[in-house]
Design a protein around this ligand. Structure first.
Ligand code: UDP
Length: 312
């Protein structure tokens, strides 16, 4: 296959480039490097099966060369990033998604929309199943991300319904692993970087809020399965093991051996109180479930942060 990956220099996107190349496919990666990093794909630049285009995906033209799958992973994804780049986040999830759909449709390619658990907002139903419509503040600060992702899902569903585009929607729950930037601002890279620097760990709110953390390799495996399937309905991908922020802090302290203290900061507005995927659909349709425990995944991520010279 020839696979087009938008956001292919980002955390998840670059791991997808690696995986599709490893499986013997050709990859075109389009990324404007707003939050992606050239270092993530540096090792691929000499691979004849890999092409990198540094461009805003909303301006990327329909390629003449046949495309078999379009994976749309471009977007700032961490709360501090999308709050820093609100207009860019809206643009990539509206004009960018439209352009990626146009390309997939023109080539009769499979289209995979990277959506998010954020579309459930601060959920009133727990755990979250795909048929739950969510509880989102449409004008809150996070809406530049979660409403834009909902808009992308709408576009994807409408193109499938009205034009027959072969689309998939994937709702990604919190994912972590090597290639997250320490300055990314999300919980796991923050705690690991703080612990390794011997700084205090910053807990927002009282730390009783929960998240369910999936190691990147499990997610990538699910994405490949979904790409190769013919499912059109949304599919949750995430690890259902749920932890509080305080539990995560203790685990990071234990695994790094850091003596860091916890310092408490105000909870960001509209921060969801609980989040855990119901992965029944992914299990039944894709035969998928995560294999890596939080402790094992954190060990590997901590080791990567320690190895990456100068990244801290
Ligand atoms: N969080 C925290 N300390 C940090 C960063 C995040 O306590 O240094 C909390 C944040 O308020 C949220 C959870 O950790 O409740 C997960 O935040 P993250 O930014 O990783 O992703 P989200 O799931 O909110 O998109």
């Amino acid at each position: 296959m020839h696979v087009l990956i938008s956001g292919g220099a980002g955390f998840v996107g670059s791991h997808l480039c690696d995986r599709f190349l490893f499986d013997g496919h050709r990859v075109t990666c389009v990324d404007n490097l707003l939050t992606g990093r050239a270092e993530n794909i540096a090792a691929l630049r000499s691979n004849s099966q890999f092409r990198f285009v540094e461009q805003d995906i909303a301006e990327f033209s329909v390629p003449a060369e046949k495309v078999d799958a379009v994976l749309h992973f471009a977007s700032p994804a961490s709360p501090p990033d999308y709050l820093r780049f609100p207009m860019e986040t809206i643009r990539v999830g509206s004009l960018g998604t439209t352009r990626m759909l146009e390309i997939a449709h023109a080539h009769g390619a499979r289209f995979v929309m990277a959506s998010t658990s954020e579309i459930y907002g601060d959920p009133l139903v727990h755990p979250q199943r795909e048929d739950y419509w969510g509880n989102v503040n449409p004008i809150g600060v996070r809406s530049v991300y979660d409403e834009t992702k909902r808009f992308s899902e709408m576009l994807t569903a409408a193109w499938h319904r009205e034009r027959g585009t072969n689309s998939a929607i994937l709702r990604i729950f919190n994912t972590y692993g090597p290639r997250m930037r320490p300055q990314d601002g999300r919980l796991i890279p923050n705690f690991i970087a703080q612990a390794l620097r011997g700084e205090d760990l910053t807990v927002y709110g009282d730390g009783s809020q929960t998240r369910s953390f999936c190691f990147f390799s499990d997610l990538v495996d699910g994405i490949v399965r979904l790409t190769l399937s013919d499912e059109h309905r949304p599919v949750n991908l995430g690890n259902p093991a749920e932890f509080t922020v305080l539990e995560l802090a203790e685990m990071v302290k234990k695994l790094t051996g850091a003596a860091s203290r916890l310092v408490f900061h105000p909870l960001p507005s509209d921060d969801p109180a609980r989040r855990r995927p119901d992965i029944g659909r992914a299990r039944a349709l894709l035969g998928w479930e995560p294999k890596i425990s939080l402790e094992d995944g954190l060990r590997e991520t901590i080791a990567w942060f320690q190895r990456e010279e100068g990244i801290l």
